[in-house]
Design a protein. Sequence first.
Length: 463
Amino acid sequence: MSSQIVHISLTAKDTSSRLSEQPPVSFEAIRPETHAITIDPRKRFQTMEGFGGAFTEAAAVTWQKLPAEKRAEVIRAYFDPHDGLGYTMGRTHINSCDFALGNYACAEVDGDFALQHFSIERDRAAILPMLKEALRQSGGLKLFASPWSPPAWMKTNGRMNGGGRLRPECREVWARYYCRYIREYEKEGIPFWGLTVQNEPAASQSWDSCLYTAEEERDFVRDYLGPTLRKEGLDHLRLLIWDHNRDAIYERARIVYDDPLAAQYVWGTAFHWYMGDHFENLTALHEAFPDKHLLFSEGCQEGGPHTGEWEVGERYGRSLINDLNRWTVAWVDWNLMLDERGGPNHVGNYCSAPILVDTRAGEPLYQSSFYYLGHFSRYIRPGAQRVLHAGTADELETTAFRNPDGSIAVVVMNRTGQAIPFALQYRNRAARTMSPARSIMTLRFADFQSQPSSECSTASARQ
């Protein structure tokens, strides 16, 4: 890739462009520019772990309804590192979640404190076949697991749905439960990269859920889960707290991080996008605890499939840009695929996904969010560092990264109804192009000379 050439991929509404290569542009002399985006790769920040999606039972069952050639197609579309989105991360659910076909647990026998009846047989029927194909196509995934609810017999309300809490006498066996789940997947040739303590611990849902206060989560990590992972030789797993919305992320994480005995076990904080944006809370948490990481673990368009709606992709793009610009090191979507209703879902909580499937025709339907995600995951690779960018057009939303191979990827999104010309400025040179209306584009060029400044090397090292 010549350092004088900028390659451009584009996705734009009311056109056929979908991650489509455009004619390249060249760096030329700077002149007075109406709008400019300046990139300085010497100033570097967090290092990326990757992008991905969730292997739910709903996604897996939907995938299995496709013909064999279409199943292979969507796995390539997501996980092929060259021709697909290049996903390198994934999430699974321990026991059932709302996007399962019903409530289930790996140990359902009441009082099975020894976990004698523990089994992942249900996962073998649906989730594991899809997951193994993704692992094969990608060459390896950073996979993390999240529980929505312990088995009903471990909870104060006696059922998996409707909130409830973990019974105090079940804390020790619940900590061992995570480890057993990890080990059973390892037997299937599926290693894990991380864990979250509990999905959405502040929400009593009509589906699988379990409540923790911040103090309860802190104490469970400090006294049970952290020590058990260490005892079982699984303390290499990245343990993430919260796994809920940005609105309360600072206070929830602070209570755990302020306890050094609990904080020693915690790699970072996972978060979702529901209940408002609150992007500034990510910066606040990073600045207060710069040695801990931020990971976006779930987001989807709620309320049905939203087939063909362009605004869904733009919601993804806006969240991705703002999260990445505020120290997020990984971004993981929710269901990899769903059916034409936005399910299956055992409580009717239908949502959208980047790939919807017409199960009657056996056809995957690629949504705007699929292409918007690809403008990040395909070109910002694991190990990439965010670099400084500054712009003069408020209408253009931007982030920029330097990949390990020396290439720079600059994502530019335009949610307005007007085309906006701009110049990409780098090393006192400018490459001029146009951001079409309602579009997202990724500009790529080589940077083999810059070295990080001492200031930003320190900031990056804290990651």
